[in-house]
Design a protein around this ligand. Structure first.
Ligand code: GSH
Length: 264
């Protein structure tokens, strides 16, 4: 908690106090609130984070640029959740090619993302995003169970097609079938999976579609066909969210990340 002492009259509103704080060059981070204590006397103003210090998250580091976020779609999913919930966070970039000791101590499986919640390092994006939803329910990102699996087979069928060396083995068709049923779903229920607002289902699927677009474009010269306009517009919408732009990987990292799978 940080404390800023100002001379303010008892009648001064907290809104005026906030602007006074901003005026002296101290910008309140998002998620901070101003309180007066004691009420209605000359007092100290406390600018207090509504509940916590920044969340600590370990994520994959870029392999193509120094000090940049890498190409892990599960890390991006968690970062997107924090961004959409306006939670401050502190990223620790981990070189997965040469995992440091400090990282292996807190993540014995050696996987990212891991997030420190209630003094414990928690792995797995499913578990982390669920815990964030429970701990920080505003805004609600959760979806009814029947919607949480919409589009969930797209990622595995994309990987099957990406790895395939035989154009007639049915892997492209398997991916197109999944994309086609997603196209129909968005046509009926969109623009997002849960309707009008972005949800946890979009924040999980979006980074995977980003990998699909870049990796298949690069390695197979393949793109989502024009016959699936709802998939294309969905991708455009998700990829242009501020939260997505802020947390996306560099295309060079996505390409480098999939190379071992493609070479097989
Ligand atoms: N089920 C996990 C998967 C996490 C995962 O596979 N992360 C990859 C990076 S994308 C990883 O840490 N791999 C360890 C390694 O490459 O050694 C989740 O949803 O968080």
């Amino acid at each position: 908690m940080s404390t800023t002492a100002l001379r303010i009259q008892p009648s001064t509103t907290t809104t005026a106090i906030s602007s006074a704080i901003n005026h002296i060059g101290f910008t309140l981070p998002r998620n901070y609130a101003v309180f007066r204590r004691p009420r209605n006397r000359n007092f100290t103003v406390s600018a207090t984070a509504s509940s916590f210090d920044p969340l600590q998250i370990c994520v994959k580091a870029s392999v193509t640029a120094p000090n940049k976020l890498g190409d892990c779609p599960f890390c991006q999913r968690v970062l997107l959740t924090m961004e959409e919930k306006h939670l401050p966070y502190d990223m620790k970039l981990v070189d997965l090619g040469n995992k440091p000791e400090w990282f292996l101590k807190l993540s014995p499986e050696g996987k990212v993302p891991v997030v420190k919640l209630d003094e414990k390092w928690v792995p797995d994006s499913d578990v982390i995003t669920q815990a964030l939803e429970e701990k920080y329910p505003d805004p609600v990102l959760g979806v009814p169970p029947e919607k949480s699996s919409v589009g969930s087979k797209i990622f595995s069928t994309f990987i099957g097609f990406l790895k395939s060396k035989d154009p007639s083995d049915g892997t492209e068709k398997a991916l197109l079938d999944e994309l086609s049923s997603f196209d129909n779903y968005i046509k009926e229920n969109g623009p997002f999976i849960n309707g009008e607002k972005v949800s946890s289902a979009d924040l999980s699927l979006g980074p995977k579609l980003y990998h699909l677009e870049i990796a298949l474009g690069h390695y197979k010269k393949w793109a989502v066909p024009d016959s699936l306009p709802y998939v294309k517009s969905y991708m455009k919408t998700i990829f242009s969210l501020d939260s997505f732009i802020k947390t996306r990987a560099l295309p060079e990292d996505v390409i480098a990340g999939w190379r071992p799978k493609v070479l097989g």
